[in-house]
Design a protein around this ligand. Structure first.
Ligand SMILES: C[S@@+](CC[C@H](N)C(=O)[O-])C[C@H]1O[C@@H](n2cnc3c(N)ncnc32)[C@H](O)[C@@H]1O
Length: 195
């Protein structure tokens, strides 16, 4: 992997205020992926491809990443970034709304990274459970959403997002098929390992 190109992609995204994975979140996920060497990763929320490109370092031989994005401009940038690094055979972008695309997928994944519309997290969880292999891992980024999720409902505007993030946490932590940890890294990361 050409680290100079990767750093350029990251800096350009930050300059353009495109929300990309935070360094400390990436480090936590990277350490887990390093040990797991996944064959198939599903990402919900590509943006410009930064996290998918970072995750591709940890794929096993012939491993692939399917990633979903609905913003056409970001899809174009992501495709350019993927080409610059020669990762066209490892990262596939599915263009469109994840709410429509997820139900059409049938392959099973070792790892699923949820990083898109917060109001849809409970739906993304349901689909991820369907698409996850036994012993697979679901990561959900921004799960604590600037601390709102653990604070008083009425003190912020993003009530729907917060309600749905709380619902995600409740469902996944109460699910006997998963061991879940909620980490305060970055904007909050839920790590759920299927038993
Ligand atoms: C936080 S960014 C993803 C960042 C990326 N994972 C990274 O770390 O480099 C979230 C992206 O999800 C996309 N998104 C949000 N809701 C979506 C949906 N329902 N379907 C597809 N894409 C969605 C947004 O357009 C945005 O680009």
């Amino acid at each position: 992997m050409d680290e100079v190109i990767l750093e350029d992609i990251k800096q350009k995204a930050l300059e353009e205020h495109i929300p990309i994975i935070m360094d400390e979140t990436l480090e936590v996920i990277g350490n887990i992926l390093k040990d797991n060497k996944p064959k198939r990763i599903l990402e919900i929320g590509t943006a410009v491809g930064y996290s998918a490109i970072c995750f591709s370092k940890y794929l096993s031989k012939d491993g692939v990443i399917d990633t979903i994005e609905r913003d056409e401009n970001r899809i174009k940038q992501a495709n350019d970034n993927i080409s610059k690094l020669g990762l066209e055979n490892q990262i596939y972008i599915h263009s469109g709304d994840a709410v429509e695309i997820l139900p059409t997928l049938n392959e099973k994944y070792d790892v699923i990274f949820i990083d898109a519309a917060k109001g849809k997290y409970p739906f993304f969880l349901k689909e991820s459970e369907r698409l996850l292999k036994p012993h697979g891992i679901i990561f959900a980024d921004n799960i604590l959403y600037k601390g709102y999720v653990m604070s008083d409902y009425n003190k912020h505007k993003q009530r729907t997002a917060v309600r749905n993030l709380r619902e995600y946490i409740k469902e996944v932590t109460e699910d006997p098929n998963f061991d879940t940890e909620i980490l305060e890294v970055g904007d909050g990361l839920a790590i759920s390992k299927r038993r």
